[in-house]
Design a protein around this ligand. Sequence first.
Ligand code: C5P
Length: 202
Amino acid sequence: MSFTVAIDGPAAAGKGTISRAVAAHFGFAHLDTGLLYRAVGARMLRGEDPVGAAEGLTQEDLADPDALRGPDVAQAASKVAVIPEVRAALVDYQRAFARRAGGAVLDGRDIGTVICPEAEAKLFVTASAEVRAARRHSELTERGIAADYADVLSDVRERDARDANRAVAPLLPAEDAAIVDTSDLSIEAAVARAVAEIRARR
Ligand code: C5P
């Protein structure tokens, strides 16, 4: 039996952490859909046409997620994500993943609204831009990537604006999504909230 959990929200709101914890808790498979757009962005940075890159995406492009985590790839990802043909090329893979037996958690921007409007549980995980920038900044610092807080904050705001204002699949909570604002929540409290919301829908 399939059970789909859709987790959407802006960059660095805690989606990834919550999604991994929720998937482990329920024994579901997890897909970070941002990686798909990052992989397309990385291929664009290497000179490829983004639509061709999205259509020809393979498991090999996703094999080294750490290589896709940098800010340049993130910016490239948010640029290719506005192209309707890029989004369309990635739909089937995400929907097939969502319907796998045993349950699936997909996190992204448009999972509850466009990819899986029939998902059994939908969460919209958010936090203030300042809190998200502070988290992303310490994450980068921990990984040894030098970054300035002000730059990270403007990067977060720039990506928010692009994600919210694009014509196709803008970042919006689904009408039936539970909103989880993690600005003032610890990781443990945020995960507990998410687990409780999902359990209520099972
Ligand atoms: O979540 P992450 O930061 O890895 O996503 C990178 C970029 O990919 C986002 O800024 C967003 O523009 C795009 N994205 C998207 N739809 C998704 C996941 C990511 O448009 N489902």
